[in-house]
Design a protein around this ligand. Structure first.
Ligand code: BV8
Length: 233
């Protein structure tokens, strides 16, 4: 690993699983009892805002009951000690990477603890519940705050920054994601196209496993600390 200077890490729900945060495509394939189309799309929000707001209110409230696991903390250690370039791109909307010490971090699908006011377009930290239609701290309008979360059909955040990092990285590591959703699922091909080594750490083969030079199967809580120890020598 001596010729590695720049690293991009992509994480998905699997890295938070051992913290007790449910993944999306579990055995029943539903998102906490919901079909993804019924809760994670702009149409769903327009059609049934109470259902959507409550779905996210529950997940936001759950954050106070979960803590970072060894995988989050290992990435926090890598972030603190890695002398080269590092960007952790998470598909997760929880705050466990931050709480595990990550700072060179980007939430490409937004965050549970952020709100977006559709009246004044302000995005701001948000805790509490949206179902009771709180007023916006910036413009005072009530009932216009939606989750600052990227739904299906919406453009993920900071794609230019991600694409630049993928083009420049020597190593791309994917942790705890099924490789089911684009554009994140295509990052491995982009990185590989630019000559990066590619490594997958996952409980089971993902839909994109064939694109990785190396795949290690197991729990993130075991594989990520071991990999970080390798990198920090
Ligand atoms: C866009 C936030 C365009 C919401 C999420 C047809 C073909 C290709 C693409 C499309 C298509 N039709 C539509 C599309 C586009 C669509 C898409 O990809 N659809 C899929 C279903 C085919 N994508 C989009 O719409 C994206 N936007 O394309 O915009 C555009 C262009 C111009 C202008 C405007 C728009 C936006 C997608 C973002 C949706 N939002 N999340 C929320 O959280 O509620 S997606 C959500 O699912 C996640 O964020 C993540 O991205 C995705 C996959 O979830 P995972 O994180 O991978 O979790 P999952 O449960 O699936 O897997 C967990 C994995 O962990 C498993 O492999 C498991 O084995 C492993 N695991 C479990 N435990 C452990 C573990 N691993 C290690 N240790 C453990 N302990």
């Amino acid at each position: 690993m001596t010729d590695i200077q720049s690293i991009v890490v992509l994480t998905g729900a699997g890295i938070s699983a051992e913290s007790g945060v449910p993944t999306f495509r579990g055995p029943d394939g539903l998102w906490e009892g919901h079909r993804v189309e019924d809760v994670a799309t702009p149409d769903a929000y327009a059609r049934d805002p109470d259902l959507v707001l409550d779905f996210y209110d529950q997940r936001r409230a759950n954050l106070d009951r979960v803590t970072p696991n060894e995988a989050h903390e290992a990435l926090g250690r890598l972030d603190a000690e890695w002398p080269g370039e590092l960007l952790i791109v998470t598909q997760n909307v929880d705050d466990l990477h931050e709480r595990g010490g990550a700072t060179r971090l980007l939430h490409m699908h937004g965050e549970l603890k952020k709100g977006w006011c559709l009246a004044c377009d302000a995005r701001a930290p948000f805790d509490g519940t949206m179902a009771d239609r709180p007023a916006c701290a910036s413009c005072g309008t009530a009932g216009q705050i939606r989750p600052d979360i990227v739904w299906f059909g919406e453009m993920p955040y900071e794609m230019d920054r991600i694409d630049d990092a993928l083009a420049a990285c020597d190593l791309f590591v994917s942790i705890g994601t099924s490789g089911a959703v684009y554009p994140a699922a295509g990052f491995v091909q982009g990185a590989r196209h630019h000559g990066a080594r590619t490594l997958e750490l996952n409980l089971e083969p993902s839909e994109g496993s064939i694109f990785f030079h190396e795949s290690r199967m197991g729990r993130a809580g075991e594989l990520v600390p071991a990999w970080v120890d390798e990198m920090l020598g």
